[in-house]
Design a protein around this ligand. Structure first.
Ligand code: BGC
Length: 746
């Protein structure tokens, strides 16, 4: 525990990432002057490992490598062929590539990029943490930062200095198959957690052997697809875009994020890869971003093949590069190189635009110290797989656990109880980790660390095998898991059933579903479990909220476990048996049904239900569990909410204070959340907006006073003219069931 305190303190104190230096800019310019057009276009070309590899994972094809680096002069390589490699294999691969690059005329190093989404995805035995959705449930930005720091260390130890993370877009469409990669539905949480992660990835400056370049993605609003299907259209008015999807990118730019990846979809009919407005006017001119913009996978050519806004492949390249894309994740061939060269020769893309893009790429490589030493540094390699990372993963998984229901204190279960562990997630590792776990889809369990535990194992570890029975077999899809007769028989002599439901791992398009409803065979299992008369404890391992309204009322307790990484099973078992008092809170509204998908920061008319004339109720926001919901084994009570003043004027600050008391008999942690509500405004005001949060620890019987300081910027919204304004008027502030009022005057 002590070790942690130090680990976190270092992070908190570390300086914000340094941005470009004048020296790096001068070096980049000097280099640029010596470069041929081919050399420049090569720098803008990124190919996948498959292009330079062989059938065998981790083994390069020397001819293909030569072709890519010598003939096409590619500047960047990404991804794995199929699955994670050892840190040593990565270091070897990077060495081969950099050796090849050193044979080129200008010896410009390769920048390698990987997706370290919840830990370093693609290095075997790297530490996996909760997905962002679980991290958001912890409401601990320092914890997100500590996990990001370990991700950076394990990436750099693998010789890789560019991480395609974090995902910054809000998860306001729970159907979306990448919901787990988001920090949930609230923009303030996305911003706070995202910035904490970016600072941690880049802590101590990119040259440091402990840092990687962050890549904020996917600019912009990729998560907001109307259908919920991956990479499908977004319809977003400018003011909504600026309210919920842009602030986190603005904050990330200010925090020094080195690179950015573009949203694959189209907004209001314009694919973002072709949007000069978003990629140049907003990103460069308004937000002041100076770093590298990389396309997403194959997305430039898709302007022609999928979006049909470019009549030819060359036009696709012209549109994207002129809109502001600096590097193309081509990634499976060299078409981008040939097409861009042709376009420059025809005068369709200017050399100055090429120079601008290449300068940014060279500066990034300089900042990362790749010119001095492109290989994995010894100091970096030593940072792989330290024991304290496992302890951090356990802490993060525990703090993510969100107790949604606990009727008659069904939990914690007695350690002397006899337990049936059932359901498809009982003996699945992949269903506890989700996407980007040693493979892209995360489903292949042979690549997970050997000491990964299933829920069944973790419960047996705790209680002793004699206290635990199961009706399941290994793997999520094992037919035994759905055999209701086996479940019923196994339940005969037990005191309670821990029913592990949810979703097996998936990523991106393979995770598209037609319905949020939990799979029928799982609902049937739950009904059978309830029919045994034994208390049923539902454990949900899932990347998005699958509908459970039909079974929730009969469950004695429900634990939302998300996909919480390496230590999920241990954390679940610790909560079930009371070794950890749960303190996670929902970062989204858990929907009741497909017709009840209202978000917590709803508009007033979404609150209203009008049956007939005067028969009006105000229960329009009726999720199964609201945003911010999460139970504890102890009780917390609030005192009155105190405001420093009843009036906030101009640039003054307002202090908001509340006393929180742990009135139960157990120590616990609690998140205090401050919400605001403006009563009247020029556009319909939100019913609630989260403005600040703080997680505190209270011993049984202890109380603590928590203070927040807000100013007019915390009360702002984007008006009909797309301007961020704070309008004078009456405001309410809310913490739990406590309220305060004040007036803002300009
Ligand atoms: C995803 C990105 C990812 C990239 C590289 C794409 O399919 O949308 O998030 O960074 O692949 O793996």
């Amino acid at each position: 525990m002590k070790k942690f305190a130090i680990f976190l303190a270092v992070l908190t104190l570390s300086a914000p990432a340094r941005s470009q230096t004048a020296a790096d800019r001068q070096k980049a310019d000097a280099l640029l002057k010596q470069m041929t057009l081919d050399e420049k276009i090569g720098q803008m070309t990124q190919v996948s490992l498959g292009v330079v590899g062989t059938e065998q994972d981790g083994v390069l094809n020397p001819q293909a490598l030569k072709k890519a680096i010598q003939d096409y002069k590619v500047g960047s390589i990404l991804n794995v062929t199929n699955h994670a490699l050892t840190a040593g294999q990565w270091r070897g691969l990077i060495k081969e590539m950099q050796d090849e690059a050193r044979q080129t005329r200008l010896k410009i190093p390769i920048i390698y990029g990987l997706d370290g989404i919840h830990g370093q995805t693609y290095t075997l035995d790297a530490t996996l943490f909760p997905q962002n959705i679980g991290m958001a449930a912890t409401r601990e930005p320092e914890l997100a930062a500590a996990a990001a720091r370990v991700t950076a260390l394990e990436l750099r130890a693998s010789g890789v200095r560019w991480n395609f993370a974090p995902v910054l877009e809000c998860g306001r469409q729970p159907l979306w198959s990448r919901f787990a990669e988001t920090y949930g539905e609230d923009v303030y949480i996305c911003k706070t957690m995202g910035v904490a992660s970016i600072r941690a990835y880049q802590a101590d400056g990119l040259r440091s052997p402990t840092a990687v370049a962050a890549c904020m993605k996917h600019y912009l609003a990729y998560s907001a697809s109307r259908t919920g299907k991956d990479r499908t259209p977004i319809y977003l008015p400018d003011n909504e875009m600026r309210e919920y999807y842009l602030p986190q990118f603005r904050a990330a730019v200010q925090a020094g994020a080195a690179t950015l990846m573009v949203n694959s979809a189209d907004i209001n009919g314009t694919p973002v890869h072709a949007s000069k407005y978003l990629l140049t006017d907003v990103l460069r001119k308004e937000l002041g971003f100076e770093g590298v913009v990389v396309s997403d996978w194959e997305d430039i050519i898709r302007l022609h093949t999928r979006h049909f806004v470019a009549a030819t492949p060359r036009q696709a390249v012209v549109l994207a590069v002129n809109a502001g894309v600096d590097m193309s994740m081509v990634p499976s061939d060299f078409s981008f190189f040939d097409l861009l060269k042709e376009a420059v020769q025809k005068g369709e893309v200017s050399v100055s635009r090429i120079d601008e893009a290449v300068r940014r790429i060279l500066i990034l490589k300089l900042r990362l110290g790749l010119f001095e030493n492109p290989y994995a540094e010894d100091a970096a390699a030593a940072n792989f797989g330290k024991p304290e990372y496992q302890a951090l993963a356990l802490r993060a998984a525990r703090e993510a656990m969100t107790l949604l229901k606990n009727d008659h204190e069904a939990l914690p279960l007695s350690r002397n109880a006899k337990i049936l562990v059932a359901g498809p997630a009982a003996q699945s590792i992949s269903a506890l980790n989700g996407c980007w776990s040693y493979t892209w889809q995360g489903k292949e369990e042979q690549w997970y660390p050997r000491d990964s535990r299933t829920i069944l194992q973790a419960v047996s570890d705790k209680l002793g095998a004699g206290h635990v029975v199961t009706s399941t077999g290994p793997g999520f899809d094992n037919p035994l898991n759905y055999d209701t007769a086996r479940l019923r028989a196994a339940a005969a002599g037990v005191d309670a059933i821990v029913l592990c439901l949810g979703e097996n791992a998936y990523a991106e398009s393979p995770g598209v579903i037609p319905d949020l409803a939990l799979a029928d065979n799982q609902v049937i299992l739950a009904k059978v479990a309830v029919s045994t008369g034994k208390p049923v404890i539902l454990v949900l391992s899932e990347g998005r909220p699958r509908l459970i309204s039909g079974i929730a009322p009969e469950a004695s307790a429900i634990l939302m476990a998300y996909w919480s990484g390496k230590k999920s099973a241990e954390a679940i078992s610790d909560v079930l048996f009371g070794d950890y008092n749960p303190d996670g809170v929902l970062p989204f509204s858990y929907p009741r049904s497909m017709g009840e998908m209202v978000l917590y920061d709803r508009k007033p008319t979404e609150d209203i239900r009008e049956i007939f004339n005067s028969d009006v109720t105000m229960d329009g926001y009726r999720p199964l569990y609201p945003f911010g919901w999460g139970l504890s084994y102890t009780h917390f009570e609030y005192g009155d909410l105190q405001l420093g003043s009843g009036k906030l004027q101009g640039n003054e600050k307002l202090t908001v204070t509340i006393t929180v008391k742990n009135t139960g008999s157990r120590d616990g942690k609690h998140t205090v959340e401050l919400y605001s509500h403006q009563l009247y405004a020029s556009t319909t005001p939100n019913m609630q907006r989260l403005r600040a949060f703080k997680k505190i620890s209270l011993k049984a019987g202890e109380q603590q006073t928590v203070s927040f300081t807000i100013d007019k910027n915390d009360l702002a919204f984007v008006n009909a003219e797309s301007k961020t304004v704070t309008e004078p008027g009456e405001f309410e502030l809310m913490i739990g069931n406590r309220k305060g009022h004040f007036t803002y005057v300009q």
